[in-house]
Design a protein around this ligand. Structure first.
Ligand code: AHR
Length: 631
């Protein structure tokens, strides 16, 4: 390998490697959003989904779901319970959680609910149950009469046992009617200890990647099956009880594993996404609906002369994120606890929308946004590209429109990733850059498409190609990000969880290592005067990390045997090279990580000591190596 250490090239964007979050595979509800109660506001398709009502002596009408849709369109349903001199054993409600509730011994749990009752002294027994119905944490709440006024009550208690499949039971004592809504249970160990917040273990894995950006909230959920089910950010902000939930676009997909009870409650909404981005030092990158529904399902379109509300949503979002606290939307942000701006700089218009219909709509968005915010970056949607041809026309048109980024997506077999390591070498260099917004290598291993080492290794090979072309590729993110082992629709995924644990796949470690070692400038690296894009099944790139004053070389060896390459570091006079190698490796291409073996494929760090004029670098079979050499 000849490494042109003294010939640094284009800058690597600080946002080069990021993450893409979509509420798929129980990524948000039942995932990173730490709410443990499923269907807390009784708004699911079937009002009592997730709840089991038990009565000792059955009385018709003792438990009713009422609908006040004229008064409260966002959250119309609530529960009305009529007690008739009840004692604790007479009536209970049990919530099953999202495939159970993950409960940790010694941890505080915060239970809350909205209620209205004219009857004084109604008592609630709140209990956590393990899978054998044993109580593992309990408290009681006695209510005073509120009349017809809705009040919030919150109480905390500590769990006495760890259980992956816990449940919550509420029993009632007293006499009279009680109305209930927003019955909620959160663990206290949320990210940054925020009440009603996110699972800290899941956020930590994102923070550990130091992602340059976070693309959200989708994906297909931006589009919806049809436009009535598209993602509307304005309905996801403000008090949680006023956020109008919708059925998740992924609810009925892939029925072999689908959750028919999969809804978006929006407890994780746009404010929380911006806050998450800020917390983990990532640029926020929202994707907005462009007036088109998901092209795989319906081709529902908003007529061009009726697109204004959609464009206004985009303009208002910029004001919500960046506007002063005195502006209409900036005030809502400030009232939610963030008077400072979120410094939103870019936005995607549409997700996987194509064709002349897309271009016509994009133009109108672009004109309106750039007129008001000339520096604001527009990311245009493009497609998956199996043969390199289908999207050429669209991409050409997007370049002519001078959009800032084209959001390319590819879900392809490992071989595609290996053979596309040179994909961007001949790509047109214009002011329009590439955003590899969704990619994942999909090995065909029955019965599930697993995140095995072959997939990750092929992504590493491909990413060396993105890095070598960092003058044209400005951002990249794997997709999807999260999946729950008991409720997923789509695989492979970057990070898997159950109710108590989280683990990174081999793909996660590949993305993380690229992100942590992205450097600041490309350095030319060649073998026989050519970029290393698969010769001898080797793939390589190099960058200079200016702040660290280190040369960073990334090499994939995709052969089942050790390979040795001679390193020639142009301009480096030292006879002895010392540094550090981080190696991700497995002899078995089908190895995966799991809840039980989360580190079957895991980075190992060793010291590097090389000497001689052309020191020899040993590359283990099927390995991805990051070599850092102080310069
Ligand atoms: O990542 C899963 C889906 O793949 C996304 O929602 C969509 O954009 C793509 O088709």
């Amino acid at each position: 390998f000849v490494v042109g250490v003294n010939r640094p090239g284009a800058a690597v964007s600080p946002t080069m490697y990021g993450v893409f979050f979509e509420d798929i595979n129980m990524g948000a509800d039942g995932g990173i959003y730490a709410e443990l109660v499923k269907n807390r506001s009784f708004e699911f398709f079937k009002p009592l989904m997730g709840w089991k009502v038990e009565q000792h002596n059955f009385r018709e009408g003792a438990v009713l779901v009422l609908n006040r849709k004229e008064k409260n369109t966002a959250n119309p349903r609530f529960l009305q319970i009529t007690l008739d001199h009840n004692s604790k054993e007479d009536l209970s409600l049990t919530n099953e959680g999202f495939r159970g509730m993950g409960i940790k011994k010694g941890l505080r749990y915060d239970f809350s609910f909205l209620y209205a009752t004219a009857a004084p002294g109604i008592k609630l027994y709140v209990e956590l149950l393990d899978r054998d119905n044993k109580i593992m944490g309990a408290t009681t709440v006695t209510l005073s009469a509120s009349g017809t006024v809705w009040k919030k009550r919150a109480v905390s208690f500590v769990a006495t046992q760890t259980e992956e499949k816990g449940r919550l039971r509420i029993s009632f004592e007293g006499d009279g009617k009680i109305d209930l809504d927003m019955i909620s249970l959160f663990p206290s160990d949320t990210w940054k200890g925020r009440k009603g917040g996110m699972r800290a273990d899941m956020v930590q894995l994102l923070a550990d990647m130091k992602p340059g950006f976070i693309r959200f909230p989708g994906g297909c959920i931006v589009e919806g099956f049809d436009l009535s089910q598209r993602y509307q950010w304005k309905k996801t902000i403000g008090p949680v009880e006023e956020r109008q939930l919708i059925i998740n676009r992924w609810n009925f997909e892939f029925p072999q594993r689908a959750a028919p009870d999969y809804f978006q409650t929006f407890g994780l909404g746009f404010f929380e996404y911006f806050q998450l981005a800020e917390d983990i030092g990532a640029e926020p990158l929202p994707i907005l609906n462009c007036g088109m529904a998901c092209q795989f399902n319906s081709a529902e379109l908003v007529p061009l002369d009726q697109l204004d509300p959609y464009i206004q949503d985009a303009l208002d979002l910029i004001e919500f994120a960046n506007g002063p606290a005195t502006s209409k939307w900036g005030k809502i942000r400030a009232d939610m606890g963030h008077p400072q701006p979120f410094h939103l700089k870019m936005m995607g218009v549409g997700n996987e929308n194509w064709g002349p219909q897309y271009l016509a709509r994009l133009r109108l968005f672009q004109k309106a946004i750039k007129a008001r915010y000339p520096e604001f970056k527009i990311i245009a949607s493009s497609g998956t590209d199996p043969d390199g041809k289908r999207f050429e026309y669209l991409n050409d048109s997007l370049r002519k429109l001078k959009v800032d980024f084209i959001d390319e997506h590819y879900y392809r077999p490992p071989q595609w990733f290996f053979s596309n390591a040179a994909r961007y070498d001949q790509y047109p260099r214009t002011q329009t850059k590439v955003f590899a917004g969704e990619y994942a290598s999909h090995p065909k291993v029955a019965p599930e498409k697993k995140n095995n080492w072959l997939a990750a290794l092929s992504e590493a090979a491909f990413l060396t190609g993105l890095e070598r072309n960092a003058d044209v590729v400005g951002m990249a993110s794997y997709a999807p990000l999260f999946a729950h082992v008991d409720g997923w629709q789509w695989a492979p995924d970057l990070i898997w969880v159950d109710n108590l644990n989280v683990f990174g796949t081999p793909d996660y470690y590949v993305q993380k290592l690229f992100s942590l070692n992205k450097g600041t400038k490309i350095i030319p690296l060649t073998m026989d005067h050519k970029p290393v894009t698969g010769q001898d099944s080797l793939y390589a790139s190099a960058v200079w990390d200016e702040p660290a004053k280190e040369l960073v070389i990334k090499v994939v060896n995709a052969l089942p045997k050790t390979q040795t390459v001679a390193l020639s570091l142009e301009g480096l006079k030292k006879q002895r090279i010392t540094g550090k190698v981080t190696r991700l490796q497995s002899d078995d291409l089908y190895r995966t990580n799991s809840i039980k073996t989360p580190r079957a494929v895991y980075p190992v760090e060793t010291q590097l000591e090389l000497s001689g004029k052309q020191p020899a670098l040993q590359l283990a079979p099927y390995s991805f190596n990051i070599i850092r050499i102080p310069y």
